[in-house]
Design a binder for this molecule. Structure first.
Ligand SMILES: NC(=O)c1ccc[n+]([C@@H]2O[C@H](COP(=O)([O-])OP(=O)(O)OC[C@H]3O[C@@H](n4cnc5c(N)ncnc54)[C@H](O)[C@@H]3O)[C@@H](O)[C@H]2O)c1
Ligand SMILES: O=C(O)C[C@H](O)C(=O)O
Length: 343
């Protein structure tokens, strides 16, 4: 155990020393005291690429910050009060803003059932971000992602600061799950399983493309498909009313933030799946779509095409696109009909 701990801290130190002064990165978490926010803040504190960690929530962010700040890595941690000026200060100068603020599901609910509560939370946080961190990379975790991402886009458009390359719906958990579930079937190491998942982040909009993996035989595996599309429900049911995935989501969110920072600091070939403003299906009226995206200093540098897929996968994709169109339209309509208060 001690050897493992030494190896881990050694790896952190090597990376800490390799970061240069120009790589100062402020990362802000909005919803930092929640089930996702707390472990996400912990993982960001362990990341040497993060030099300034800003934590905001409507409750307990200073407490979470005090706790996390005792971890002996170099970054500065600040918890902000739940006031407009606290929120503005948390956002000011941020390079990456992660948003896990909002309510999670209970058994029997769909992600869309969260819309009524989370849409206005995300809209108001997006307004604050548009005002105080207009150039930040915004990573939306709050559900329903298929609608909350368009909400952020509409708010930024209204504020005149929308940059489609810097807005991301975090769908990383879908590929994390897919690689893990495949490894359980194949007896392999999940680190070796690169499963592309496209579409969106709920039910049938989650489309794994096993034909593009090293296991095309898995295309017809209905149980596996169900686990990937409804993995979130497994956790919601197991937690039995106490929330949804938090720990695996924190890992997935921290991975995406790390990839963005790596790419911003000049690493080439950093590719992550994410739900972005995408040209891929715009001709069908679908403005956002999750696919493999190459990240770079400007955010989303290159949106990779879906590529060749199996006929059965095409059927899944058709169902996805039909749902996705409605989810996106719902987010856009929400902001038009409920502009909210000026900041
Ligand atoms: N994208 C994904 O893959 C994914 C995965 C898991 C969960 N989620 C979603 O993430 C969200 C959060 O889940 P959780 O389990 O952390 O919930 P949680 O209830 O444990 O935490 C949410 C936090 O948000 C805070 N909050 C609420 N309104 C706020 C506001 N206006 N400003 C700042 N903070 C605010 C709450 O005080 C709370 O601390 C949910 O919507 C959930 O569905 C998404
Ligand atoms: O399932 C949920 O509601 C949370 C999250 O979107 C997940 O995929 O775990």
């Amino acid at each position: 155990m001690f050897a493992a701990r030494r190896a881990f801290s050694g790896a952190l130190q090597t990376r800490a020393f390799s970061a240069s002064a120009r790589d100062l990165s402020k990362v802000t978490v909005l919803g930092a005291a929640g089930g996702i926010g707390q472990p996400l803040s912990l993982l960001l504190k362990l990341n040497p690429r993060v030099t300034d960690l800003a934590l905001y929530d409507i409750r307990m962010a200073p407490g979470v910050a005090a706790d996390v700040s005792h971890i002996n890595t170099k970054s500065k941690v600040t918890g902000y009060d739940p006031t407009p000026s606290g929120l503005a200060a948390a956002l000011n100068g941020a390079e990456v803003v992660l948003i896990p603020a909002g309510v999670p599901r209970k058994p029997g609910m769909t992600r869309d059932d969260l819309f009524n509560t989370n849409a206005s939370i995300v809209r108001d946080l997006a307004k604050a971000a548009a005002a105080s961190a207009p150039d930040a990379n915004i990573l939306v975790i709050s559900n329903p992602v298929n609608s909350t991402v368009p909400i952020v886009a509409e708010v930024f458009k209204k504020a005149g600061v929308y940059n489609p390359k810097r807005l991301f719906g975090v769908t990383t958990l879908d590929v994390v799950r897919a690689s893990r579930f495949v490894s359980e079937i194949k007896g392999s190491d999940p680190a070796d399983e690169n499963i592309v998942v496209v579409g969106g982040h709920s039910g049938v909009t989650i489309v794994p493309l096993f034909s593009q993996s090293s296991h095309p035989d898995l295309v017809g595996n209905a149980d596996l498909l169900k686990r990937v599309q409804f993995g979130g429900d497994e956790v919601v049911q197991a937690k039995d009313g106490a929330g949804s995935a938090t720990l695996s989501m924190a890992m997935a969110g921290a991975r995406f933030a790390e990839s963005l920072l790596k790419a911003a600091q000049g690493e080439k070939g950093v590719i992550e799946p994410t739900f972005v403003d995408s040209p891929l299906y715009k001709d069908q009226g679908i403005e956002f779509f999750a696919s493999q995206v190459e990240l770079g200093p400007n955010g989303a540098e290159k949106i990779l095409p879906v590529g060749k897929i199996d006929a059965a996968e095409q059927t899944l994709l058709d169902a996805c696109l039909s749902d996705l169109k409605k989810n996106i339209a719902k987010g856009v309509a929400f902001v038009a009909e409920n502009p909210g208060k000026d900041l």
